[in-house]
Design a protein around this ligand. Structure first.
Ligand code: FES
Ligand code: FES
Length: 165
């Protein structure tokens, strides 16, 4: 049994100690916005925040979560999709298939919490999540918009060069 504080609520989950946090979040708690991609901390689809830091939940056993640790998933980023990153994502229409996008948004939110005005280099270094649809240009534009560096029109124009699979 593990006790997890997720999005401000405490959940007692019946899992083996080596169960990845991702599966506790999805299967026990029922929050399915966090996705499974590779399972080996490479793709970032499973990104959540642990005490404000972005982590890859597929590779964190629940036994490593301490009492008082705060986990935030995409469902807890805001009550009504009003987080600046979510608003920018919607304004620029970032997702294509969408599968990677909750992880991308969590990574972007963690980046902006640390660096409110990131450069392209900052974004490229921090946003290592994989998008098989190739939405990287729109992701970068949306991060700038969320940071307040661009308005909808200019960010949209910057993001039109999207590569598909
Ligand atoms: S599923 Fe966790 S990094 Fe890919
Ligand atoms: S939007 Fe399809 S994998 Fe990123």
């Amino acid at each position: 049994m593990a006790q997890l504080n997720i999005n401000g609520r405490t959940h007692n989950v019946e899992v083996e100690p080596d169960t990845p946090l991702l599966w506790a979040i999805r299967e026990q708690v029922g929050l399915t916005g966090t996705k499974y991609g590779c399972g080996v901390a490479q793709c970032g689809a499973c990104s959540v925040h642990l005490n404000g830091e972005v982590v890859r939940s597929c590779s964190i056993p629940v036994s490593s979560i301490k009492a008082g640790d705060r986990i935030t998933t995409i469902e807890g980023l805001s009550r009504d999709s009003s987080h600046p990153v979510q608003k920018a994502w919607a304004a620029i229409d970032v997702p294509q298939c969408g599968y990677c996008q909750s992880g991308q948004i969590m990574a972007a939110a963690a980046l902006l919490a640390k660096k409110p005005k990131p450069t392209d280099k900052d974004i490229d270094e921090a946003m290592t999540n994989i998008c098989r649809c190739g939405t990287y240009h729109r992701i970068r534009a949306a991060v700038h918009m969320a940071a307040g560096n661009t308005k909808v029109g200019s960010a949209d124009a910057a993001a039109t060069d999207n590569t598909t699979v």
